[in-house]
Design a protein around this ligand. Structure first.
Ligand code: ZN
Length: 175
């Protein structure tokens, strides 16, 4: 299992390097991606970006199986692995929701994000893809892509008075 970098670790504030075609073909990259998927599932996150596991590369994985008790219960996202992702369009329409992060343990806050985004990326097989995501999927992609640029969700909050710890989030805000 990969160890999760916590807020304060400089790796979370660096811009991640793009992955080259040669690196993507390397079996070590494939093994690393499998480890990222396993770690995301083990830690119960809806997404994980490589800098969160101390690797400053533009790789992210997302997945929601609809069974998370804290984060958008019931929402589903198919397992998606994106390499060198780039958001090519943001909807004008925004949505506001609760976000947490495996690198900012036990803290939740309200964040406003675009309701829909279009993302261009490479798959793990090196194929170009374009994804149009809405709702929770769009939020998770924006959150994970932010990690590749050294940003965390706290940077995106307009109102810090919504910050809360997990126990208080569950008692007062989650439902
Ligand atoms: Zn995060």
């Amino acid at each position: 299992m990969l160890k999760i970098a916590q807020m304060g670790n400089p790796v979370l504030r660096k811009r991640a390097e793009p992955v080259s075609a040669a690196e993507l073909k390397d079996a070590r990259t494939e093994f690393f991606i499998e480890s990222m998927i396993a770690s995301m599932r083990e830690h119960g996150g809806a997404g994980l970006a490589a800098p969160q596991v101390h690797v400053s590369k533009q790789i992210l994985v997302v997945e929601a199986r609809g069974d998370d008790e804290d984060e958008a219960a019931g929402e589903r996202i198919p397992l998606t692995v994106l390499v060198n992702p780039e958001i090519t369009s943001f909807s004008q329409e925004v949505q506001e929701g609760w976000e947490g992060c495996l690198s900012v343990r036990e803290i939740w806050g309200r964040v406003r994000r675009s309701r829909a985004v279009t993302v261009k990326a490479l798959t793990r097989a090196g194929k170009e893809v374009e994804i149009r995501a809405e709702g929770f999927y769009a939020v998770v992609l924006q959150h994970e892509i932010d990690h590749l640029y050294g940003k965390i969700f706290l940077d995106r909050m307009d109102d810090m008075s919504t910050l809360c710890f997990t126990a208080e989030y569950r008692s007062h805000w989650r439902d």
